[in-house]
Write a new protein. Structure first.
Length: 366
């Protein structure tokens, strides 16, 4: 049986993993390869799964915990994709607040499933907005030292690093990030891309397609700091339906929800790791996001549609109490929907602080 190429793209919350993976999957498909995608988050009804499926990709999901803690579910999900779709390439997107993935995912795949998978180099996307501040050691980097610890450890275990969103940065800003990374991690190569425009994606594919022994940077990791940093970032996923008598601009509504949340969170000094809203209805699909408290909200996937009815999902990771986050989300959604003359009916809302990671397997450095 031909082995599947296993490609995992990591990176902090809001780094642009989903957009990168969608672009990467499309490039592999253009080469005539079959692609399966596996998404991952702390609970069900994953916003990234919806986004990628609406782009036409075959997507399985591992919900309820990170890949490392649900390793057997990860391999079961890839097996189902293999049986149903026979993919040449599996692209996996781990939870953005997880690290230690070489010891808990890559190494177990290489040792326990070596007949099924050919493991590609592990790439980690740098999030420029928080990355610059954390790498420079700024006191006000946006997150606590424990959350920043996770960010730094993600970079440390990568086979290569990816500077994304270069379309949003000046030449000097890109050079500064590259210099900071080379100073901090001189032996880890860097690729510069814009997943949004496609710039640099061919170099990314070339890096991923390298052959050899990869995934050997096993971390020395303090799981107490890791767990506390993870728990600081409140998690929320909320689904709802919007109805109005007159058509409303779907893209505008999503942006308005995020902008209202940005203002509300800024007022209480709650740092945003990521905030996404997606809207679906009548063949329309739109995504808006906010990746940090000091960057503007933006439409990452425009529908350019006006609708009277749409299903929405709001997904957030913010450094705050999840109960307060839930209250703010409901208030901001109702206010934005009222502005377009509609009503919002909430379905399920899940919000909590993630628990301590307990990996299924953890390989030690030899």
């Amino acid at each position: 049986m031909k082995k599947m190429r296993f490609v995992m793209i990591g990176g902090f919350l809001g780094a642009g993993k989903t957009t990168t993976i969608g672009r990467l999957a499309a490039m592999y498909q253009s080469q005539g390869l079959k692609v399966g995608i596996v998404t991952n988050d702390q609970a069900s009804d994953l916003v990234d799964t919806h986004t990628l499926r609406n782009q036409g990709f075959e997507v399985g999901e591992v919900a309820g915990a990170c890949f490392c803690c649900h390793f057997n579910e990860l391999t079961a999900t890839t097996s189902k994709l293999s049986q149903d779709q026979h993919p040449d390439v599996i692209i996996a997107e781990p939870v953005g607040s997880c690290t230690d993935l070489v010891a808990t995912v890559v190494q177990p795949l290489k040792h326990l499933h070596q007949n099924e998978f050919e493991v590609a180099p592990y790439g980690v996307i740098l999030k420029p907005s928080h990355g610059r501040r954390i790498l420079k050691g700024e006191a006000n980097a946006g997150f606590s030292p424990k959350a920043a610890y996770i960010f730094e450890k993600q970079l440390e275990e990568a086979d290569f690093l990816i500077v994304n969103r270069i379309d949003e940065l000046s030449i000097d800003e890109v050079s500064e990030l590259e210099s900071l990374l080379m100073t901090k991690h001189p032996d880890i190569p860097v690729v510069k891309i814009s997943a949004k425009t496609g710039e640099g994606m061919e170099q990314l594919v070339s890096m991923i397609d390298q052959q050899g022994e990869f995934g050997s940077r096993i971390l020395e990791l303090d799981y107490d700091i890791y767990a506390e940093g993870e728990a600081e970032l409140g998690w929320l996923n909320s689904s709802l339906q919007v109805q109005a008598d007159s058509p409303f601009d779907l893209d505008g509504l999503l942006l308005d929800i995020i902008e209202r949340l940005r203002i509300a969170l800024e007022a209480i000094n709650a740092e945003t790791a990521h905030l996404k809203t997606i809207g679906v209805g009548d063949a329309a699909h739109a995504v808006a996001n906010l990746i940090s408290s000091d960057t503007p909200a933006q439409i990452s996937l425009a529908s350019q549609q006006e609708l009277c009815k749409a299903d929405l999902i709001v997904n957030a990771r913010v450094a705050m109490d999840p109960e307060i986050l839930t209250k703010l989300v409901h208030e901001c959604v109702h206010a934005a929907v009222a502005q377009v003359g509609g009503n919002a009916e909430f379905g399920e809302t899940q919000s909590f602080r993630p628990g301590r990671p307990v990996p299924t397997h953890r390989y030690q450095a030899s």
